[in-house]
Write a protein that binds this ligand. Structure first.
Ligand code: IMP
Length: 432
């Protein structure tokens, strides 16, 4: 196995940062393939927190290549801040980072539009609850073939022309949504800032697709790091409460420009319970004290926006759907320790809708809201200690883990029982 894709199995925030960090030990190249600064990875290096939004979690292993694929939408200023922060910690000092020339650029008017739409949506109970990082508007521009790409940051005339063309169409929309028409001075500043950022990023810009292909051909270990989770996928997630990119494993092929036959293995990451940020159906959500307990125990606050995450029981039909959508062959279970010391732990094993039992969530959001989760409940368990194998876990925790894997239909490759690298039960290595 030399090409492995890691994807979140639910709505993101499954703890991909720790898992990617562990898998990077055996990887030569780590590739982020979709989304932008809407993602947030909290990494702990020598006891100090490092939060990255764009740079892959593999950054903690100096000397390993990090690639931002062409399918991403990149805020150049956020990226420069992150590079500076990494370098202040001695990371990314050896030309490890390559930013795809074809990736799209997020400009201030994308963020402005994202925020205006959210504000307007909120007054009508229709906000998506986006991260307001301009992700949707930047992908809209891309699909409309009006986007600004990283390569355009090195061409001042082209950039000016693209921005003017975009704003010609978008200014009436900005005003319609309650914003002020950008002044000429503002637009000039946006462009000058972008050009300056482009100059600073120039040493990192390269042919990401070719680089990845060369690494694969050279039989190097390539790890694709998914962002968000399968249920936030633009085509297959809980639309419209999704992000604007392809978050499933196939997105890796699209973004990096490689064929599906080159992927050797897909690992899904699932938390031992479920969380969601933003709006949208979440049938196993726990409200009140029960949800608050999980939120506090799991530190469930967004790494990007600081928003409290909605918390609930693990949803196995949704997990099955994630397994199917991404072709997962193994799973990494994270944050099992967070469930310790609860009187009991439940897991949704099926849905009931109109008298029928469903083994995957209904795909129509209106049906999903009506569907009733069917739960299996386990007696709680105490602290997990320093378990090194599944057999070391308390019997009920073990039964819980085995039920998840049995119902998802794929084995676990690791179970995480704490934030530290050492607090991990390793069962198999995705690189073989
Ligand atoms: P956007 O990606 O900022 O447009 O937000 C769309 C939806 O995806 C919102 O519900 C966000 O909360 C959610 N979302 C985007 N990125 C992440 C992430 O990295 N983790 C969890 N939720 C996310």
């Amino acid at each position: 196995m030399s090409v492995v894709v890691v994807v979140g199995a639910q709505w993101g925030d499954e703890g991909k940062g720790k898992v990617v960090d562990l898998f990077t030990e055996r990887a030569d190249l780590v590739v982020r393939y979709g989304g932008g600064a809407n993602a947030g990875h909290t990494l702990v290096i020598e006891g100090k927190k490092l939060v990255t939004h764009l740079v892959p979690s593999g950054v903690c292993h100096p000397g390993k290549g990090c690639v931002l694929g062409d399918g991403m939408v990149i805020d150049p200023h956020t990226l420069l801040d992150e590079i500076a922060e990494c370098q202040a910690r001695g990371l990314l000092m050896k030309n490890e980072l390559v930013v795809g020339r074809g990736a799209h650029v997020i400009l201030p008017y994308h963020k402005l539009l994202d925020g205006l739409r959210e504000d307007r949506g909120a007054t009508r109970g229709k906000a998506i609850g986006t991260t307001r990082r301009g992700i949707g508007p930047a992908y809209e521009a891309k699909a409309a073939r009006r986007g600004v790409r990283v390569r355009d940051l090195a061409k001042p005339e082209r950039l000016r022309e693209l921005v003017a063309g975009n704003l010609d169409e978008l200014t009436p929309l900005i005003v319609h949504l309650g914003g002020s028409a950008p002044t000429q001075a503002e637009v000039t500043k946006w462009i000058d800032d972008a050009l300056r950022a482009g100059e600073q990023l120039a040493p990192y810009v390269g042919e990401a697709g070719r680089l990845v292909a060369d690494a694969i051909n050279a039989k190097q270990h390539v790890l694709f790091e998914g962002a968000q989770g399968c249920l936030l996928d633009l085509d297959h997630g809980t639309y419209p409460y999704v992000t604007s990119s392809s978050t499933i494993a196939a997105g890796a092929c699209q973004s990096a420009g490689l064929g599906p036959t080159q992927i050797d293995s897909v690992v899904g990451i699932t938390k031992a319970y479920a969380t969601r940020v933003g709006s949208g159906p979440f049938p196993t959500e726990l409200h009140g004290e029960a949800g608050e307990r999980l939120r506090q125990a799991g530190g469930e606050f967004g790494a990007t926006t600081g928003r409290p995450r909605r918390c609930g029981w693990l949803d196995l039909p949704a997990l099955r759907m994630g397994v199917r959508l991404s072709g997962m062959e193994s799973l990494a279970l994270t944050k099992l320790d967070v469930l310790a010391n609860l009187p009991e732990v439940s897991v949704c094993v099926a849905y009931k809708l109109d008298g029928k039992e469903l083994d995957e969530p209904p795909t129509d959001p209106e049906d999903l809201v009506r569907a009733e989760p069917i739960y299996q409940t386990f007696p709680g368990w105490g602290p997990l200690g320093t378990a090194k194998s599944i057999g070391d876990l308390p019997p009920t925790a073990r039964a819980y883990v085995e039920t998840i894997s049995g119902m998802a239909g794929v084995p676990f490759c690791l179970v995480s029982i704490g934030p530290d690298r050492a607090e991990t039960i390793r069962l198999s290595d995705p690189f073989g």
